[in-house]
Design a protein around this ligand. Structure first.
Ligand code: SF4
Length: 494
């Protein structure tokens, strides 16, 4: 969006007004794919009946099904994968196409766009290669390393031949943005996300994300710090660091405890009120990382650590390792080093081979661990993932029933935990009127990550006539429900 904005596009979120429609997609599990496809089809209708002249599909669905999108939805004019962000300008008609007149071209060479490598348009490394051209096969053979497993599988199954796989590049994306890349923030004015790394090298067998986002690579330390400084200068007071694998930050740059070092530097930026990171890998939660969270007042006492399961047998099949006993020790250390920390996790139910005993172990673990926030995902059987070929698939009805059981169990744990908050005075970020009723406002504490955790409803502004969205207030928690709490403003804005 930043690139489009800088190129002169006027952005709108109303599709009926748009001349160019862009659908940014997700495709890591079935429900995400379905939602993406439904949205593309909905936008395609605007193209036939509204003012839209061009429909572009971007993101992870393109990385997985580039050729299928082109073939099955002819209304789509161009596709832009996760590794070729700058191609969005040519797709939108705001810049000359980089390497070829059609965006359904095949990138040869190292799979980078010319702007990644500094190569000029027309450079032989980036020339368009038409299906069936000999150099395609040569390129393919030369560059098996870094190719995507899913494509390999589909080729083995005879579903396509690489040499005539229209429009697809078999190489993994390598793109990384930096502090000079323009950004157009859609988050409320006080909050922003910063992606500190891209891709993942873990081998989790249920996951196709490494196929879609590429190998793990960290952004330069100085680039992340510079971006955070720029955002704070623009009025951002809350920064959430994201990446598929944030706790590995810096490993590829030769840093030890890279994330802790980065947090230390960012916490020192004057004016930054809340700083957090999402998605810790369990065995990467180091003592130094925890001590860093504990040390800085402006680092939120919040840790999101997706554990996926608690049965050691199942975790082994998932190629993640560990199990309930090890996790409980880790959680004990986390809570001891960062007193009062809020913990979030997520689990997958119905992974192939999940027996009643595995599930019982997971239930027992959830009861023991007492997470503040917990998400449960149904196993999604994704081709290209390691688990796709595993036997002993669990029936859908069993998966649903297990999910319901876990959510019910967590409901009572969460309710008890939220009741402990009643009477506490906490700093609250006011977000605006509630979607549910104009009589209430919504906000978040440091224990609520943006958009994901329960809500804080504000039903009493204290002595204030009105609240301002994006400002911080002192508030007292007055009621607790299963996931949400109610608060009364005591003073502010801060
Ligand atoms: S660590 Fe996360 S992104 Fe990486 S393979 Fe495992 S589940 Fe997927």
């Amino acid at each position: 969006m930043g690139l489009l904005d800088r190129a002169g596009a006027r952005l709108t979120s109303h599709p009926e007004e748009a001349e160019i429609l862009i659908v940014n997609t997700c495709s890591f599990i079935d429900t995400a794919k379905q939602e993406s496809v439904d949205t593309i089809l909905e936008m395609a209708r605007h193209k036939t009946s509204g003012s839209a002249k061009r429909l572009i599909v971007a993101g992870c669905l393109v990385e997985r099904y580039r050729d299928e999108i082109q073939k099955s939805i002819p209304e789509v004019d161009a596709v832009v994968g996760t590794g070729e962000l700058e191609a969005i300008l040519a797709a939108a008609g705001l810049a000359a196409p980089v390497a070829a007149p059609s965006l359904f071209n095949i990138l040869s060479g190292n799979g980078r766009t010319p702007s990644d490598s500094g190569a000029a348009p027309g450079d032989s490394n980036h020339a368009e290669i038409r299906p069936g051209q000999e150099s395609r096969a040569a390129t393919h053979k030369a560059e098996i390393a870094g190719s995507r497993a899913e494509g390999d599988l589909r080729e083995q199954q005879g579903r396509f031949r690489r040499d005539d796989w229209q429009g697809a590049t078999h190489l993994l994306p390598t793109y990384l943005y930096d502090e000079t890349t323009p950004r157009f923030l859609t988050t409320p004015k006080s909050s922003a996300y910063i992606k500190i790394a891209e891709g993942c090298d873990h081998p989790c067998t249920f996951c196709v994300i490494p196929n879609l986002r590429g190998k793990f690579r960290s952004r330069r330390f100085e680039s992340v710090v510079a971006e955070a400084q720029q955002l704070v200068a623009r009025g951002v007071q809350e920064i959430t660091l994201i990446g598929q694998d944030t706790t590995c930050y810096g490993e590829d740059l030769g840093m030890k405890d890279g994330l802790a070092t980065l947090l230390d530097a960012l916490a020192g930026i004057p004016g930054l009120r809340w700083l957090r990171f999402l998605y810790a890998y369990p065995n990467r939660i180091t003592t130094r990382l925890l001590e860093t969270i504990a040390k800085h007042d402006n680092i939120c006492k919040y840790l999101d650590v997706p554990l996926q399961h608690a049965s050691p047998d199942l975790l082994k099949r998932m190629k993640r390792g560990a199990g309930a006993d090890i996790f409980l020790k880790t959680l004990e250390k986390v809570r001891a080093t960062v007193p009062g920390i809020t913990l979030r996790t997520s689990f997958i139910v119905g992974f192939p081979g999940e027996s009643a005993a595995d599930f019982a172990l997971l239930e027992q673990f959830i009861g023991d661990a007492k997470f503040d926030w917990l998400g449960v995902f149904n196993y999604s059987d994704e081709e290209g993932s390691g688990a796709f070929s595993l036997d002993a698939k669990v029936p859908k009805r069993t998966i649903e029933a297990r999910k319901r059981r876990l959510m019910k169990l967590q409901q009572s744990i969460s309710k008890r935990a939220k009741q402990q908050w009643v009477g506490r005075e906490l700093v609250l970020l006011a977000e605006g009127e509630s979607d549910e009723t104009q009589l209430l406002w919504e906000g978040r504490t440091q224990f609520h990550a943006p958009e994901i955790d329960g809500k804080v409803y504000i039903n009493d502004f204290g002595d204030l006539e009105a609240l301002e969205p994006g400002r911080f207030y002192n508030a007292e928690i007055t009621e607790a429900h299963e996931y949400d709490v109610v608060a009364r403003v005591v003073s502010g804005p801060l």
